[in-house]
Ligand binder design. Structure first.
Ligand code: C2O
Ligand code: CU
Length: 464
């Protein structure tokens, strides 16, 4: 029962407000202003925050003035605008992870946009074509900037979505803090060459095991993003009926029960949870991977049972992602391997100074104004299948910018034909990812374990 005493109870109203009630009013306002939306101001700041028992942590980074980066709300098919203002002493950008944006809005320094220096700004504007759960983060010096806090969740709403009784948004991440609550070294080279270096303090919405109130017998839409730089999760829900309704921003073709589902950094999980009828009953979202399972967050039933039924929930609309023509597709071989070759980092954009990993035997030399050749040059409108093979003994969440791919088949498991932007490839796995090259530009493809990304496991595709 020590768990109970450490739980932090969120005020039901505050949680619901932040998580979605009152959202339809905001949505309507956004709709009225659809022609030219006021930009959302996202200003980076260095703050103090209480992330563990004891002293507050210094040099925590966020967007805004206090607390975790806001949940950014957009609407499918409606223009969105944000102004990044850089308030910290380190160049930055924003990448809208999983949102299919025009190349110039993708936030990758040098490849598509200049650095945004302290005191400078950059205006982002695009219309999200897909509804779902996404997230945003810098694409500069990411191990530090993301590791210190700059990771936020994006919800792209769809007015046609089925109605839930309440929606919760959970940002999952760790922090590398010492006993004195202050940041310790961001990584250890020997870990970067393996699984990546884990955080020491685990949080959900920057809290240790937050508890949300939800109506008894009600239906909860739980949106979770793994925004950590390293950790792979295996999810379970205890105490309630729950089914997976979407992964990585796209509805699943067939809902299924969570059974230690593994997802890696960058991935998102959306669940429909049916709260227990009994007031006070507690439902927990857990990570059961590894030797130290962890309760991430809990939901507590409140009030008289609404007696709602998961089976009455309508389906989520599929996103308008072009259907890959598998028969006519060109193949892109992609092998993930370890490397012994050392490519000296040039120190810009947070090079870690090592290379441990390679894509098709080439370790990425770091973000430079003059990057290596693209992995492949693709023809606009053509279908492609990436034949990806993991030759390393570690799992890698491989993320493609700019285009969604469909998971076609795997050598080791049955896969759902899911559209995604990040695939967690296991050791010795071969997987086929199909997509239509329908978004022109240079699109990064990298492991989302940031130490792997920064020590070689990065490349890019050019669509012309
Ligand atoms: Cu989540 Cu290259 O990004
Ligand atoms: Cu990796």
């Amino acid at each position: 029962m020590s768990v109970l005493t450490r739980r932090k109870l969120l005020q039901g109203a505050a949680a619901a407000g932040a998580a979605g009630i009152g959202l339809s009013a905001a949505g309507k306002l956004a709709g009225l202003a659809a022609a030219k939306p006021e930009p959302l101001i996202l200003k980076t700041a260095s703050i103090e925050a209480r992330l563990m028992d004891g002293a507050p942590t210094k040099n925590v980074l966020t967007y805004g003035e206090a607390g975790m980066p806001p949940v950014v709300r957009m609407r499918k098919g409606e223009p969105f605008a944000a102004r990044l203002i850089n308030g910290i002493d380190d160049p930055t950008t924003i990448h809208w992870h999983g949102v299919r944006v025009p190349n110039k809005m993708d936030g990758v320094p040098f490849l598509v946009q200049p650095y945004v220096y302290q005191g400078d700004r950059f205006d982002y504007a695009f219309t999200p074509p897909d509804a779902g759960t996404f997230w945003y983060h810098p694409h500069c010096n990411t191990l530090i900037q993301m590791g210190h806090g700059l990771t936020g969740v994006i919800v792209v709403e769809n007015p046609n979505d089925p109605v839930f009784d309440v929606e919760m948004v959970v940002n999952l991440r760790d922090w590398r803090l010492g006993d004195d609550s202050q940041f310790i070294e961001s990584f250890r080279p020997r870990d970067a060459a393996k699984t990546g270096t884990f955080g020491t303090v685990r949080t959900a919405n920057w809290l240790d095991q937050p508890q949300f109130d939800a109506p008894a017998g009600g239906l909860v839409r739980l949106r979770t993003a793994i925004t950590d730089v390293t950790r792979i999760y295996a999810f379970r829900v205890d105490g309630a009926e729950a089914s997976v309704i979407a992964l990585d921003g796209n509805p699943v073709s067939q809902r299924f029960a969570l059974d230690a589902l593994q997802l890696g950094p960058g991935q998102r999980l959306e669940l429909a949870i049916r709260m227990p009828d009994d007031e006070g009953a507690v439902v927990s979202l857990r990570d059961v991977r590894g030797t130290k399972p962890k309760i991430l967050a809990t939901l507590r039933s409140v009030g008289r049972s609404l007696k709602h039924d998961l089976r009455d929930l309508g389906r989520l609309e599929a996103n308008p992602v072009a259907e890959v023509d598998v028969a006519g597709a060109k193949r892109i071989p992609l092998a993930l391997s370890a490397t012994a070759e050392n490519v000296p980092g040039d120190g810009i954009c947070g090079s870690l100074g090592y290379s441990f990993w390679a894509i098709n035997k080439v370790p990425w030399p770091g973000d430079t104004p003059d990057p290596t050749a693209p992995l492949a040059e693709l023809k606009l409108g053509q279908s492609y299948v990436i034949d990806m093979e993991n030759l390393t003994p570690h799992a890698h969440p491989i993320h493609l910018h700019g285009m969604g791919f469909k998971v076609l088949s795997s050598s080791t498991r049955a896969v759902q034909p899911l559209v995604s932007d990040t695939y967690l490839i296991q050791p010795n796995e071969k997987v086929q990812l199909g997509f239509v090259a329908d978004n022109p530009g240079d699109w990064l493809l990298h492991c989302h374990i940031i130490e792997h990304q920064k020590t070689g496991m990065t490349s890019y595709l050019r669509v012309v």
